[in-house]
Design a protein around this ligand. Structure first.
Ligand code: HEM
Length: 168
């Protein structure tokens, strides 16, 4: 790994790691605690719960995911100056390249596909939420698969980052 400004690199790495921990923990919590608990609610509670909780969860993920990727890119720049050859040769560069692309992919999916799904909540009047109208029922069907797929890809990303930093 090429040398860089050591103190700045340490700070940026700490920001990257903290943001990644928050993001990964949040996706774990959504996938295995929040969504299963949500599924067990009676229909009359599901709509109000979605309108209140889902946008907050989405915005928290936007902040932690964007910070993870931004700090990851800054770290890669500090450590390599973005020299392509570093990323295309050797296990460190290849792990960061693959892990980084996977993390970037999840962020892009979050900002496009997930954002479009969540946008449908805006068309539902809070007064009608307890009736659990059609747009909310459609969203409920997708709400289980999307976070679990994200969790699987993020697990792969984390393992690649850990491998890059420490080897096996
Ligand atoms: C564009 C996306 C990303 C880039 C460019 C990037 C880049 C980096 C770089 C350069 C390192 C330092 C490796 C070293 O100093 O040896 C690192 C470490 C790390 N990255 Fe990323 N990263 C990205 C996305 C992510 C994502 C999405 C996660 C997890 C959700 C993540 C989690 C970590 C962790 C936990 C470490 C520290 C590993 C350890 O010290 O054990 N990164 N990353």
């Amino acid at each position: 790994m090429p040398a860089a400004t050591p103190f700045l690199t340490k700070i940026v790495r700490a920001v990257h790691e903290l943001a990644a921990i928050i993001w990964y923990g949040e996706v774990f919590f959504i996938s295995f605690i929040l969504v299963p608990a949500f599924k067990r609610l009676p229909s009359a509670s599901k709509g109000p719960f979605m309108l209140e909780v889902f946008p907050r969860v989405f915005h928290a993920a936007t902040i932690s995911a964007s910070l993870t990727v931004a700090a990851g890119l800054a770290l890669a720049w500090l450590e390599t100056g973005f020299r392509l050859a570093v990323f295309l040769s050797g296990p460190w560069g290849l792990s960061i390249l693959l892990g980084g692309l996977m993390g970037l992919f999840i962020l892009v999916m979050h900002l496009t596909v997930e954002s479009a799904e969540l946008g449908k909540l805006k068309n539902v009047s809070p007064a009608l939420a307890a009736d659990f109208p059609e747009p909310l029922r459609l969203l409920e069907k997708r709400v289980e698969r999307i976070p679990r797929a994200g969790f699987a890809v993020l697990t792969g990303t984390l393992l690649l980052m850990i491998y890059a930093s420490h080897g096996l």
